[in-house]
Design a protein around this ligand. Structure first.
Ligand SMILES: CC(=O)SCCNC(=O)CCNC(=O)[C@H](O)C(C)(C)COP(=O)(O)OP(=O)(O)OC[C@H]1O[C@@H](n2cnc3c(N)ncnc32)[C@H](O)[C@@H]1OP(=O)(O)O
Ligand SMILES: O=C([O-])CC(=O)C(=O)O
Length: 383
């Protein structure tokens, strides 16, 4: 019998077409609906990019006005979702809170059992609009440590990114920080058939509903080999030790030593490496520029020292490059987010990509069901 070739992790396997994004590791580029992501990050709001991912074209002025009005109308924390979140312990991981909230929002949606293109577009926009309130309220209640608190009400005069920061911190957001946050939301929005998006497509392929697909995708994103890496990066920084008065050079030297020891112990260091990009992640330069701005804004050169030290030591030892989660983690830290909140920020952004894929999958569906090669015990029979 010819040996079956097993493609572990589906590495290198092309399973379908997509018109949503193009990841090209040879040219180190990423296009959303044909546009380079760097251009979108430089010139667009996250709302425009969400519209683009869902509709295939950037919005006109009128379309954007209508779209942003829909997003602003859906921002308040659903009282039932708040009650459910309040029933969870403050020790629950924020990704579990997000996953639970997505599930509750699905069960409560007026179109829960309808999966027409129009219904799915509405569900996608509603879920995208609702998630920042969940993430923001969860961070606030964990900080309140069990004391009853009310969510910060959304503000109609602010765009998506500014309002997200407002609902989290309850303070007028600084323009520089809003811009960096907007860049991160755009860069995180979409990345072809990554593990969480593929999960969403598998769920959709059974003709299940959009919220089920997103709930499953959140579960897939949580792992540290995928989205959970942005949180893990910060744990590395914390393990090395963040010393606010330390010079860039001293921090870099300590980080370098830490990395050399970790690699000598054959540890996997989160925030480095990628299944598709082998010469560097197309999004890292743009995110690193945003991190540099936050380092300058908050006057925190020691963070750059830790960043440089780890990156340099990994490059020298294994020539493995950072992925998007590497600059994103410390950027969110400087903005004031708690480390376990980082991956939920990724969720808030990636909802756009996931749901675009749900709609694309349904547009030309085929049940996703690969084969396996049995290697268990030979057939046997009960006595
Ligand atoms: C937004 C995102 O999801 S981006 C990805 C976020 N994930 C991470 O940052 C987790 C850390 N990185 C990794 O685990 C991997 O690089 C992955 C899972 C992302 C990609 O992995 P794969 O393409 O399957 O490569 P694989 O894990 O087999 O690595 C190939 C080799 O590089 C090494 N390697 C890859 N990444 C790392 C890393 N972060 N640290 C140390 N070594 C690494 C592996 O140990 C392996 O070495 P070996 O051949 O000597 O055994
Ligand atoms: O593409 C991947 O495998 C992981 C990734 O970078 C993403 O989902 O943004």
């Amino acid at each position: 019998m010819a040996a079956v070739e097993i493609k572990k992790g589906l590495a290198g396997v092309v399973v379908d077409y997509t018109a949503i994004s193009k990841v090209n590791p040879d040219t180190n580029s990423l296009l959303y609906r044909g546009y380079p992501v760097q251009e979108l990050a430089a010139k667009c709001s996250f709302e425009e990019v969400a519209y683009l991912l869902w509709n295939g074209e950037l919005p006109t002025k009128e379309e954007l006005a209508e779209f942003t009005a829909r997003e602003r109308a859906g921002r308040a924390l659903d009282p039932v979702v708040k009650t459910v979140i309040d029933a969870l312990p403050t020790t629950a991981h924020p990704m579990d809170v997000c996953r639970t909230a997505a599930s509750v929002l699905g069960a409560r949606h007026e179109l829960a059992e309808v999966s027409t293109p129009e219904a799915n577009m509405k569900k996608a926009i509603d879920l995208w609009a609702a998630m920042p309130a969940v993430v923001a309220y969860d961070q606030r209640r964990r900080r309140a440590d069990g004391e009853a608190i009310e969510p910060v009400a959304p503000r109609d005069d602010l765009g998506y990114s500014a309002n997200f920061l407002w609902m989290t911190f309850g303070e007028d957001p600084v323009e520089e920080v809003v811009k960096a946050f907007n860049v991160s939301m755009i860069l995180y929005a979409e990345h072809s058939f990554n593990a969480s998006t593929f999960t969403a497509r598998v769920v959709t392929s059974t003709l299940s509903d959009l919220h089920s697909a997103v709930t499953a995708a959140i579960g897939a994103l949580k792992g540290p080999l995928h989205g959970g890496a942005n949180e893990a990066v910060m744990h590395t920084f914390e393990e090395i030790g963040i010393r606010t008065e330390e010079s860039l050079e001293d921090a870099a030297a300590r980080a370098k030593t830490w990395m050399e020891q970790a690699l000598a112990q054959k540890k996997k260091v989160m925030g480095f490496g990628h299944r598709v990009y082998k010469h560097g992640d197309s999004r890292v330069p743009t995110m690193k520029a945003a991190l540099d701005k936050m380092i300058a804004h908050f006057g925190r050169p020691e963070i750059l020292g830790l960043y440089n030290g780890l990156e340099q030591a990994m490059d020298e030892a294994k020539a493995i490059k950072p992925n998007l989660d590497y600059p994103a983690g410390p950027t969110y830290h400087l903005m004031g987010f708690d480390t376990p909140t980082f991956t939920p920020l990724f969720v808030a952004s990636r909802i756009t990509g996931w749901t675009a894929h749900v709609m694309e999958q349904l547009g030309s569906n085929s049940l996703i069901r690969p084969l396996s090669e049995y290697n268990g015990v030979d057939e046997r029979h009960l006595p």
